[in-house]
Design a protein around this ligand. Sequence first.
Ligand SMILES: [Zn+2]
Ligand SMILES: [Zn+2]
Length: 293
Amino acid sequence: MSDICNASNCDQPAGGGFICRDTLVELEQYLAETPWLVHELTNALSKQTRFATQGGGASKGAPATDARLEGVAVQPLIINPDASAALASLAHTLLSWQANLADTVGQPVRYPKPAQSTAWLMSNLEQIRTFVAAGDLYDEIRSAFNYGRNLIDRPTERRYLGDCGSEMEDVYCPEPLWGRDKEPTATCKTCGTIWEQPARLLAIREQAVTGLNDRIMTASEAAGVLVAYNLTGDADEIKMTDRIRKWAAQPKDPTKKPKLAKRTDLRMVGERARPGYKFGDILAILNQPRRTA
Ligand SMILES: [Zn+2]
Ligand SMILES: [Zn+2]
């Protein structure tokens, strides 16, 4: 272990790892915002995309369709070479570090899509902190992220702020919280709690330690995260929720245990309790090699 954080832009004490907790939190931020950046860069690839998506499937976080644009002629395809280079560099950087870390921790899995490699890296934050090449990993991901980020002319729309975590009369809210740049507060879409953004950024410093793997979610929340990170193949959120519930159902043979164990009950504001599962358990089942029956 080294005494000083190995990130090239940081000289804080490393605190028993190779990068410090502040740097780790910053890395989590880049990773969490990567699916958004990939989406933006993909749109920037061609001007046609913006028009072609009018009336298409409702992708999460996409800007509301503007009725005035309907009927506008589709623009000629203009490829933006910078956006294409930025996407390639981001995908390559993420995959190579995902692969490198995965081999180091003895879980040789590969996630070639940026959204998947970031999700995997986010669920292994603690391993990154104590990974001998953590400084290089951070430097390269940061530079690939910023290269792409600088090509997007709009201000950052969504900023990941960790789980809401509000508690009202013993009811815990596990909804992931998203804020908008330049707004002082963020409002949870599930429970309506209004949070100060600067305070939330401090709070995820604590959450970064646990990473996604240890978070407890309901079947539908876990499905939402898996779909957002493109980890479900072609299953949509509803199918994925179903699949998770089936894994958790008691098999007909009473001597057998369900594939997926319930960890606790989660109570949503104004709703009945729902079973909570460990996200890491769900990922593990999803990553099992498929057997052909
Ligand atoms: Zn640092
Ligand atoms: Zn909430």
